[in-house]
Design a protein around this ligand. Structure first.
Ligand code: ZN
Length: 272
């Protein structure tokens, strides 16, 4: 599961390891990528030095010293692993970026998920993505302005990547719980107090998840003790039938916008 916190942790780990390092090879293990696109991609990347790594929406962006940006879109089920020495043959790997004898391998990508762009091209490309929930410019009033136009349920809106980026099923449920609002509540029913709770919950849940290692299931390197540390802190996600740590009620599966969600009906209010 890769949502904003997990990607933010990836970004930090990749920057720590590879900022200042030279890319010595880029290997696409899977078939399916257009040969010309592959040659161009490798030509843009190999021999460059990574200045730093940034997260933009659901992407990792490597800033290269030739002015290009190497983008890796990380879908929900994808993951990455960093290692060193000879890489064992691995049929599940999609692409490996090598830095001398160190490398990062990405799993679960599609050919269109890895590409290079100019700085200007990247800005254009990012316009289709929703606002970043941790962007300082996203004030409470801007958040309300953006969300209140939607006629959907709270959960559907949080998962709408054109509206806001980086929130998937795990954090949508956790944010709704922290805000004490049922995920199936219609946005149009929220009052000022509920909007503020939702806004605060979004920031605090995501930041808390980042600081506790996120909810990722796969370690990013051998001996990685940080990744997944937030899983034991999840309050409702996949805790159906267990007791609510806040009120002692029972966490249940509910339906929000035709999809399943997890919530505690005793302490999350269905605002109508
Ligand atoms: Zn509860």
């Amino acid at each position: 599961m890769q949502e904003l916190p997990e990607l933010d942790i990836y970004r930090a780990m990749l920057a720590e390891r590879f900022a200042g390092a030279q890319i010595t090879a880029l290997t696409i293990h899977k078939k399916g990528m257009d040969e010309a696109a592959k040659t161009e991609l490798i030509g843009h990347v190999v021999g460059t030095t990574v200045w730093f790594v940034e997260r933009r929406a659901q992407h990792l962006v490597f800033h290269l010293d030739n002015g290009k940006r190497l983008l890796v879109y990380v879908p929900y089920e994808a993951y990455a692993f960093c290692g060193s020495g000879e890489k064992k043959k691995d049929s599940k790997a999609f692409a490996t970026i090598s830095f001398g004898d160190r490398y990062v391998t990405f799993y679960g990508l599609m050919p269109e998920h890895i590409l290079t762009m100019s700085v200007k091209g990247l800005e254009e490309y990012m316009k289709v993505n929703g606002v970043d929930p941790l962007d300082k410019r996203l004030t409470l009033s801007r958040f309300v302005e953006r969300f209140s136009k939607k006629r959907s349920t709270l959960r559907t809106a949080l998962l709408d990547t054109g509206l806001i980026s980086g929130i998937g099923p795990v954090y949508a449920d956790e944010i709704a719980f922290a805000a004490k609002i049922r995920p199936e509540t219609k946005l149009q029913s929220l009052n000022a107090d509920a909007w503020e709770r939702l806004y605060q919950a979004m920031g605090s849940v995501l930041r808390d998840a980042i600081s506790h290692g996120g909810a990722g299931e796969k370690p990013m390197f051998e001996g990685d003790l940080l990744t997944g540390g937030y899983r034991e802190r999840l309050q409702v996600y996949k805790r159906e039938g267990q007791s609510c740590m806040r009120c002692g009620g029972t966490v249940q599966k509910v339906t929000a916008g035709n999809r399943k969600a997890f919530a505690c009906p005793s302490c999350q209010e269905l605002i109508e």
